[in-house]
Design a protein around this ligand. Sequence first.
Ligand code: PEP
Length: 251
Amino acid sequence: MTRRVLIAGNWKMHKTTAEARAWCRAVLDGLPDPVACEVAVLPAYPLLPVVREALENSPVRWGAQDVSAHEEGAYTGEVAARQLADLGCAYVVVGHSERRAYWKESNALVAAKARKALEHGLVPIVCVGEPLEVREAGEAVAFTLAQLEGSLEGVEAPDPGRLVVAYEPVWAIGTGRTATPEDAQEMARAIRDWLARRYTPEFAAGVRVLYGGSIKPGNFAEILEGPDVDGGLVGGASLDATRFLALATAV
Ligand code: PEP
């Protein structure tokens, strides 16, 4: 099964309305036609209407960085999957390591968010990855697969195109330290093998497995050479339109 490379830019808590508009304009101006890969941007919630206006009817899709596990109601500060769907989101990140670390999100909560996203037609990008001490202890694969198992509890995507897994080793996020292409491929392969056991081999063959962690134009092409690595979740290097374009055209 062919899997289209996905490059998703996670803006985290960056950019104003004007900065978001300028980024969208620059990316649309610079993207080749046709684009070889799928491109998406994941801004903070208040910027979603802005990027929708700028990117509608373009090849660039958009999504959110998190979603509530609840349907709707008295959950102050939360944002519902139906609200994201209403804003035209294609994707939503669940289980980013920053949310796991700072908001103590559990695997069970991440799975509930993924299920809620799917219910509303959003594609969850389920993030998993080990901290440094786990990698140094040689336990990275076992740790990450256990995290994946918990984060996909009860998650049934209607087809493999509706689920994305992002392997993001915690020690590589925002640190300038990147996994080697071999390590990224080893983990992506282990994730796909696990998905084949959890779902079916056919389903696993269609799920995109991304790498994330200090991707930049200078290291991305090499990481993408791994046959099981289907793209990147990009933080810092997505903020600047020129650097993001360099990634999108590295495919
Ligand atoms: C991320 O936050 O998902 C990420 C990969 O960040 P960075 O590219 O900055 O390491």
